[in-house]
Each structure stands twice: as structure tokens, then as C-alpha cells.
Design a protein around this ligand. Structure first.
Ligand code: KG4
Ligand code: ZN
Length: 376
């Protein structure tokens, strides 16, 4: 992926590579309005000077999922104030910044337009470079912000909107090993929670109940296990859960706990199988990388059961496991500011006519997954 249409002169790029950069990041791709200011130091981890996230979860809860129109209106109502507060808290004024970054996709188009248009206006007014960030690149580069970790490494992205395995080769360069052909993993957790009447968003609620349940009680399918490619499919698993719930009729608390535990175990088995396969591909593509790292990002990375399964896998396969802290795994402005700073450091900036895009794969050369729906 290299969407950069404008570029800064080579001499300035050299300065940017070695300079500290301070960047404002704006995130409005889904149901969080977020703004943050970060400082990038070459080589080292970054510093978060401020990071504010306004969750719209309570606005969407009555509908059991994100309503795009409500999300866009809420971004409009809150973004300007949030940016002012983020700047104030960081101690920076607009003229102290080196660039303005905003998520330009993938995501809900209405929300993306709110954030990107605001970023364009600020960049124009303050005569600063604009960086249009791929939201997935924000997640992918987070370990640079938190730990100073730079590519190449293997990434498992498991969120409410995406489920992908990717090799992060360099800033703007990705190899997609696998993606979901139907639901995202967080979406599958949310749908199971809804079936059990647990509430929205349901991932953490499913995890909590699963801790008291018997994972051997239901034998749910493990879709696409042992396939050569690293793709995922969760809709069959969700249907099997619905069937089990229907068969039970009325649900006692212990039944719900057993369903959650059995579901979560099936998910962990699938993640381990697919990630093992991706580790083999990564080792083949990057034979000279001695210190192999698996990065896990996205809201589902908060799940302790999944974390511990992946930790076991990493121990067995000689990988280090890097999971950013939960507040940086879920959507926020700091990861967008960081990805923007990393791009800016390499001279990857965008023209003011850059478009928002609902779909925007990180690996533009990846063949569509067989049987895939619309998810990138
Ligand atoms: O990354 P995220 O905050 O938003 C997106 O960009 O999609 O992920 C939210 C998703 C939701 O589907 C939520 O149910 C799920 O992450 N989630 C969890 C847990 N905490 C959040 N899923 C499983 N276990 C958890 N502990
Ligand atoms: Zn996200």
C-alpha cells in the first residue's frame, strides 16, 4: 500500500527520518471519536502527549450494533471539541505540529468523511502536511509506538471489523496471509452474546461467562482448520451455536456459561491453527529475521484465554508475543497519529484531494479469499 500522491523533497525526508515529529491523529472510522497528539523519536518508542477517546457504545447499544448514520452525526457533534482538548492536554498548539493524520479508510464512509475533512481543513489552515492513514496500518504499527518495535513481524489483527493475518514488511508494505471470508472475530463474539441475551458489545461478557463454563459440553465446528491458506470463517460456528441454543430451549446460567466456554475454545483452536500456518509462511518469507515476533492487535486481543493460547503457541514456535495494552489495541487517535508520523518520516504525505474509502486492503496485491464476502 502506498497511497501517497504528494511527496516532500528528499532533503526534507532525510531530516524527517532523524527528527522528532509531533503529529495530531484523528480517528472516526467506526463508533469511537478519537484525537491524540504523539511524538515520534527515530528508532525509539513514541510518546503519547494526549489521547482522548469518546465511545459511542451507549448510542448504539439499543440497536445491538453500530448504526452508521448515528455514528457519523456523533462524530460531527464531538470531533472539534475533542481535537481542541487533545491539543490543550498535549501542551501543543497547531503551529507546534509537524503533520495532521486522519483515518481515511477502511470503515464507515460517513464517519471517515467527518475526520478526513476536518484534518484537511486543519492542514490547510496551518500549512501542515496531511497524512491519510489506513486504519489497519494504525493497528499494524502500534508496537513501534509502545515498544519501539519496527517491522518485519507477523500480525494477527482480531477486532470487531477485521480478522487478518499479515506480514508487516515495512511501513506501507504488507503481505496478507489470511482474512475472514465472512464475519470478523469480534462480530462473532458479539453475535453469540446477542444469542445468549448478554448485551452489546458482548466479547468481554462471553469471556467472563466462559471462565465458569465447561468447554467440553458442546463440540462446535472449527471452520477451515488444516487448510493451506490462513483464511478464517466464523459464520458456520455462529450457526452451530444458534442451533445448540435453539435445542436447549430455555437457558439456565450454567448452559450459557458452557456455550461460551465451548465457543471460546473453538475460536482459540482456529486461531492457533491459522497462526501456526502463518508463522511457517513468515519464516519462509523472512529467513534472515532472527527475532521473530507475533503482534496481536484489535479489541479481541483483550481476551485472556486467547492471549494465553497464543502465548503457548509462541513459546512452542520460538516467537516473541507482543500485545499492546488494551487501550491501544482498541480504536484510538494515538495509533493513527503514530502511523501518520511513521509515514511522514518517510515522506509519504497526501494531497488535500485524497479520498476516504470504505474498503482499503493493506495488501493491494492479495488475491480475494475464495468464497469471501465484502470484508477486506
Ligand atoms: O478493535 P475494536 O475496539 O473495534 C473495532 O475496530 O472493531 O474491537 C471491538 C470488538 C468487539 O466486537 C468486542 O466484542 C470485542 O472486540 N472484544 C472482545 C473482548 N473485548 C472486546 N472479544 C472477546 N473477548 C474480549 N475480552
Ligand atoms: Zn480498529
Amino acid at each position: 500500500m502506498n497511497n501517497c500522491r504528494a511527496s516532500i523533497p528528499a532533503c526534507c525526508t532525510d531530516c524527517h527520518m532523524t527528527q522528532r515529529l509531533t503529529v495530531l491523529g484523528i480517528e472516526t472510522s467506526c463508533d469511537e471519536t478519537a484525537a491524540a497528539v504523539i511524538e515520534r523519536t527515530p528508532g525509539g518508542p513514541g510518546r503519547i502527549l494526549s489521547s482522548l477517546v469518546l465511545s459511542q457504545v451507549s448510542d448504539h447499544r439499543p440497536y445491538g450494533g453500530v448504526v452508521p448514520e448515528i455514528a457519523a452525526r456523533s462524530h460531527i457533534a464531538n470531533l472539534d471539541g475533542l481535537i481542541s482538548h487533545a491539543l490543550e492536554e498535549s501542551g501543543c498548539q497547531l503551529h507546534d505540529l509537524d503533520g495532521i493524520a486522519a483515518t481515511a479508510g477502511p470503515g464507515l464512509l460517513g464517519g471517515l468523511l467527518v475526520g478526513l475533512t476536518t484534518a484537511k481543513a486543519l492542514a490547510l489552515a496551518a500549512d501542515l502536511p496531511l497524512i491519510a492513514v489506513n486504519h489497519l496500518e494504525g493497528h499494524a504499527l502500534t508496537p513501534g509506538l509502545t515498544h519501539g518495535l519496527r517491522p518485519p513481524y507477523l500480525l494477527l489483527l482480531i477486532s470487531g471489523g477485521h480478522t487478518q493475518l499479515l506480514a508487516v514488511k515495512a511501513v506501507g508494505q504488507y503481505i496478507r496471509y489470511g482474512t475472514t471470508i465472512d464475519d470478523a472475530l469480534g462480530e462473532a463474539f458479539d453475535k453469540v452474546a446477542k444469542l445468549l441475551g448478554l448485551g452489546y458489545p458482548g466479547g468481554a461478557l462471553v469471556e467472563k461467562l466462559a471462565a465458569t463454563g465447561d468447554s467440553d459440553r458442546f463440540h462446535f465446528p472449527r471452520p477451515l482448520l488444516n487448510r493451506d491458506a490462513c483464511h478464517f470463517s466464523f459464520s458456520g460456528l455462529k450457526t452451530a451455536v444458534r442451533q445448540a441454543v435453539d435445542d436447549l430451549g430455555s437457558l439456565a446460567p450454567a448452559d450459557k456459561a458452557d456455550v461460551c466456554a465451548s465457543f471460546q475454545e473453538a475460536i482459540a483452536d482456529v486461531l492457533i491453527d491459522r497462526t501456526t500456518r502463518a508463522m511457517v509462511l513468515f519464516a519462509r518469507h523472512f529467513p534472515t529475521v532472527r527475532h521473530q515476533v507475533l503482534v496481536v492487535a484489535g479489541g479481541v486481543a483483550a481476551n485472556a484465554y486467547i492471549k494465553s493460547a497464543l502465548a503457548g503457541l509462541c513459546r512452542n514456535r520460538g516467537f516473541s508475543l507482543n500485545i499492546p495494552e488494551p487501550s491501544l489495541c482498541t480504536d484510538n487517535g494515538a495509533i493513527i497519529a503514530w502511523a501518520g508520523a511513521e509515514r511522514l518520516a518517510q515522506g509519504m504525505i497526501d494531497d488535500l484531494d485524497v479520498s476516504a474509502r470504505a474498503r482499503w486492503p493493506l495488501d493491494l496485491d492479495a488475491a480475494p479469499a475464495p468464497g469471501a464476502g465484502v470484508k477486506a
